[in-house]
Structures are given as C-alpha cells and as structure tokens.
Design a protein around this ligand. Structure first.
Ligand code: SF4
Length: 375
C-alpha cells in the first residue's frame, strides 16, 4: 500500500437538502482511495478523481481534524448548523480501512462530534469500528449514534472474492451484535448486491434472516452500478476469471448508461424480491422515525418521511407523488407549522398527502409510513 499525505482545503460536505437514506445534511471523507479494494467499488470510476491505483494507494487528509474543528465551531459559523446526523463513511474510502489504525482520523473526528454534541451515523465494512465503541457509546447517550454496516451478502466465500480487504460478513454480523448489546441502533446496507451472485432469492433471504437474528433496526437495499471505464473494466476482468459464464448476463443488463445503472427491468425484479423477503421478516426497509424524530427539525422530518413513503410505494409498483411534494417542502424557507391551513398550496401536496403532513407535525411520525415500512 502506498500512502500519500495531503493538506485538504475543507472536510465537511453539506447537501442541498436532507439525505433521507442516512438522515444527514453533512458527510465527510477523511481518506481518498480504499485499501479494502472491493472489486465492484465505484470509487474506481474516473468521475471520482481518486489519484493513483485504486485499492492500493490511499490519500490521507492529515489536516482533517484541525479543519473539522474550525468548520464545526458554532462561533465561526454564519449559518447555524442544520440538525441531522453527521455521516461518517461511504464515499470513496472506508473510514475504518487499515490506514485508520495509524492515523486515527475517524476516532479524532468522533471525539469532536462528542465535544460539539452532534449525532453521528457511521457506515463501514470494517470491524475496526469496535475500537471506538467507548466514544460511540458516549455519543449515543449524549445525542445519538447509529452504526451501519454494508454487505453485498452474508456469504463469506463470495465476500472473499469481491471484498478481499474486509473482514468476512460473519465478523461484521458479530460486530453488529456487540453494538446492539450496548444499546446502539444498527443498520444493514445490503448494497450493492452483485447481479446473479448475491441478488438471488436464497441469498437475499439468508442475509435478511441473519440481519434479523442480530437485531438490526433496518435493512436498506440497493443494486450495483458499473460505470464505463475503469470501474467496469476492473470488475469484468475479475468476473472473467471467477465466473466467466456470467459475462453475457452482465452485458445484457449493463448497456453503458451514463451513470452505470443496470436496466430498469433488472432493478425492478430484485427490488420486488427484496420487498417480499423484508415483508416476511418484518424488517423496516428505511430508517424508522423513532431513531431520528427528536433530532430533525419538523420540515426535514416531513421531507424524510414523504421520501420514504415515495420509495416504499414505488417498491410496491404503485405510482406516487410523495417525492415531488417532499422536494417542494425541502425548498421552503418557512416552517410548515405556520402553513397548516394552506398546505395544498405547496406544489405536489394534495388531499392525500396533506393529512400525512399534519400527522407528522402533530406526532413526529406517520401511521401510513409506519405501516408501509413493515408491510
Ligand atoms: S469498503 Fe467501500 S469504499 Fe472501500 S473499496 Fe469497498 S466499496 Fe469501496
């Protein structure tokens, strides 16, 4: 592995609207590149501008903590911080990849979150996160911590081929048990499932069954993208060596779309598969509001719940305008609580959506959303 140290210009990335997958306005990458070297990683794609050879070379933002302290300091901020989880993980480098043992940037970032009383949502594939259980417990007591793990499935053999640098799924599952026993909410990101290998009904069921056994609070599911260029070439070269019989199937579903998506028919079929298995195991398919309703401002809570309803309806193959209404609300400057008599003036809000919003404003949740999450 080659390590390159750089001085970054900024660390915190702010989204224009709340991200309803992670319930977050802010994210950060402390490292660029990832020695976990997952064969399907989209960090390899040209658009992410990761320097060097992906999987071997890692860039460390050595001034990250100093910058973060400045960016988090409320005295220096002209615009107040938006209430939401700070997302640590995802992007183009796992925050708990091996280099973290030496630099401890993730640990130091968590110490800052604790100092500034900010809730965090972690996403990793590494069990190194166990090292930080003490500080995560403190954050959880103070403001809330969620620990999520990503899996392409719970099959150790497939993981060894496609995720060569990470602990096997059984170790990740044990780590979830450990955090759950400490009272910390945990999620499974069953994402990306690898076409024709980990997206089968049997393996999706086994993954959700094991997630349920260790007590995860939600499972978020998603298919794989393969962007033309480095990412697709690298993946297909590996596939030719291990599963050459699948190449034709891949050519059939990945036809060179701009963002590397597979065909809509493929995504629909695996989403329906996921939906029926999640229903059988009664596992929430998005983060349940109980985990965040006391953290978000009411407008953001409404946006998140409406976006979830939109996703859940579409998962069932039903049309929905909840997503459009959510977007319009995300652009509002005024609090919804001052608009209770005129909600239908907001674009996309109709007589079906209005009572859902009123219920969220009154109770912090929506019975329709809760029912869709589990059904
Ligand atoms: S752990 Fe995540 S960022 Fe790292 S190589 Fe795997 S998919 Fe990419």
């Amino acid at each position: 592995m080659t390590i390159r140290e750089i001085e970054a210009k900024s660390i915190l990335r702010k989204h224009k609207k709340i991200d309803s997958w992670f319930i977050s306005y802010y994210g950060m990458n402390l490292y660029r590149g990832c020695a976990h070297n997952c064969v399907y990683c989209d960090g390899r794609a040209e658009g992410y501008y990761v320097d060097g050879e992906f999987g071997r070379d890692v860039t460390v933002k050595v001034n990250a903590i100093e910058l973060l302290r400045r960016e988090l300091d409320p005295k220096r901020k002209r615009v107040p911080f938006k209430r939401s989880f700070i997302m640590i993980g995802g992007g183009v480098g796992d925050s708990y990849q091996p280099v973290e043992k030496r630099y401890e940037l993730t640990r130091k970032a968590l110490e800052l979150m604790h100092e500034y009383n900010l809730p965090v949502h972690m996403l990793t594939k590494s069990t190194l996160i166990k090292r930080d259980i003490d500080i995560l417990k403190e954050i959880n007591k103070q403001s809330k911590a969620i620990v999520s793990f990503s899996f392409s499935s719970v099959d150790d053999g497939i993981s060894a081929i496609f995720e060569p640098g990470v602990p096997p799924p059984r170790e990740r599952l044990k780590t979830i048990s450990l955090f759950k026993n400490e009272g910390i909410s945990c999620g499974m990101f069953l994402l990306p499932v690898i076409p024709f290998l980990t997206d089968t009904a049997e393996l999706v069921e086994e993954s959700i069954g094991k997630a349920k056994e260790v007590g995860v609070d939600f499972v978020i599911f998603g298919g794989m993208t393969l962007k033309e260029g480095r990412q697709k070439d690298y993946f297909c070269d590996a596939l030719k060596k291990t599963h050459p019989e699948l190449i034709a199937e891949y050519q059939n579903i990945y036809r060179g779309s701009e963002w590397g998506e597979a065909t809509r028919e493929y995504y629909n079929s695996i989403s329906q598969r996921f939906n029926s298995i999640a229903k059988k195991y009664r596992i929430p398919k998005r983060m349940p509001p109980a985990l965040y309703r006391d953290i978000l401002e009411r407008n953001d809570l409404v946006v998140v719940i409406l976006e979830h309803i939109d996703y859940l309806l579409k998962l069932e193959g039903k049309p929905s305008s909840f997503g459009y209404a959510a977007y319009s609300i995300s652009q509002l400057k005024e609090p919804l609580s001052t608009m209770k008599g005129s909600l239908q003036k907001i674009k996309g809000v109709n007589r079906i959506i209005e009572p859902v919003i009123l219920e969220i404003l009154a109770t912090g949740t929506s019975s329709y959303h809760e029912e869709l999450l589990m059904r």
